[in-house]
Design a protein around this ligand. Structure first.
Ligand code: TYM
Length: 329
């Protein structure tokens, strides 16, 4: 049985990118694997949440996990900061991570460009903390979206480096995972790029019907195809990509054919897409609303998850300390 681990930062509500890139696979994998799914609240500190927001964001992601179908009986569902073994292991891994390689990661370079006034050390060592999350359970598979590929590469590198340095075969190679298909990148509604939390181009699992319709109707399009069978321009391709995830194959084909013969009306495309997204999100949103008010249940889930995660994490940490050479007097 494989060990599966993944997490999501608690920097805001989950959007369809998080759902289709990650959470959908968490749900599919939980019956046949030994699963750990967590809320990365330490990682969220790079964006400085207020003390109230910190906890509320964690609570929200927990409710969203459960509403999406994660089952606390099958998976360990936990909060990163409930597992003190993770920061200790992070410290040990940081000793074998080179500043040069951390500086070269795309996400770090992006941060230097977009927020030069706040390039903190937490951003630099972000991949080390992520590797600690993964390796502390010695995960085989890590279900993530396309944007996490490089972070996973770093985790594999740190795992191999540790094995090599101490001449052991302790850590396995954790693989990014998406059921034999390419990793997913869900596009945003603004015509370019991926759906993200900060870009303001996202559709959230808690969005109400009116909000969804409004966002989709405002999505960026173009002036339309002028020649039959012309390649689909990016903003429209993005809408088709989202349609592929939430609509029936017939619906998608219908609009693609209309695009090909230049009879497409973007208003109709958007109306259909909005209705399909509403149908998809509504039941999840209703479950989130129910679960979020049940503090007792959330507490029970987080406690049970932390217990399972700590059992596994403390075993790895004990082994690692032994391998490195720490001995108690
Ligand atoms: P985060 O919180 O940015 O995103 C969580 C998950 O959602 C996926 N995702 C997407 N997938 C497809 N299309 C999109 N537009 C899209 N946007 C987000 C991400 O690929 C990710 O799988 N560093 C991680 C959190 C983390 C983690 C870990 C993940 C911390 N430790 C250990 C796996 C294992 C992050 O910031 O994801």
């Amino acid at each position: 049985m494989d060990t599966v681990l993944s997490g999501i930062r608690s920097t805001g509500n989950l959007h369809l990118g998080n759902y289709f890139g990650a959470v959908r696979n968490f749900v599919k994998m939980q019956s046949d694997n030994n699963c750990y799914f967590f809320i990365a609240d330490y990682h969220s500190l790079t964006t400085y949440p207020t003390p109230e927001n910190l906890h509320n964001n964690v609570k929200m992601v927990l409710a969203e996990y459960l509403a999406s179908g994660l089952d606390p009986e099958k998976s360990a569902i936990f909060v990163q900061s409930d597992v003190p073994e993770i920061p200790e292991f992070y410290l040990l891994l940081a000793m074998n991570a080179y500043v040069g390689e951390l500086e070269r990661t795309t996400t770090f370079k992006d941060k230097i460009r977009t927020q030069p006034e706040n390039v903190n050390a937490g951003l630099l060592t972000y991949p080390v903390l992520m590797a600690a999350d993964i390796l502390i359970h010695n995960a085989d598979k890590v279900p993530v979206g396309k944007d996490q590929e490089q972070n996973l590469e770093m985790a594999r590198k740190f795992a191999r480096r540790f094995n090599h340095m101490y001449k052991v075969e302790y850590f396995k190679d954790p693989e990014p995972y998406n059921f034999g298909e390419d990793l997913v990148k869900v596009p945003g509604l603004d015509g370019t790029g991926k759906m993200g939390k900060t870009a303001g181009n996202g559709l959230y699992l808690i969005d109400d019907d009116a909000t969804i319709r409004k966002k989709v109707m405002r999505a960026v399009t173009d002036t339309g195809p002028t020649e039959p069978n012309s390649p689909v321009a990016e903003p429209i391709r993005n809408l088709f990509t989202i349609m592929e995830l939430v609509s029936t194959p017939d619906t998608l084909l219908f609009f693609k054919e209309k695009y090909s013969d230049c009879t497409i009306r973007y208003g109709d495309l958007k109306k259909q897409l909005a209705e399909d997204i509403v149908r998809f999100i509504k039941p999840i949103r209703e479950r989130i609303t129910d679960i979020i008010s049940d503090e007792d249940y959330l507490r029970k889930v987080a406690r049970l998850g932390a217990e399972k995660a700590r059992t596994s994490a403390s075993k790895t940490l004990k082994d690692v300390r032994q391998i490195i050479g720490f001995r108690t007097f």
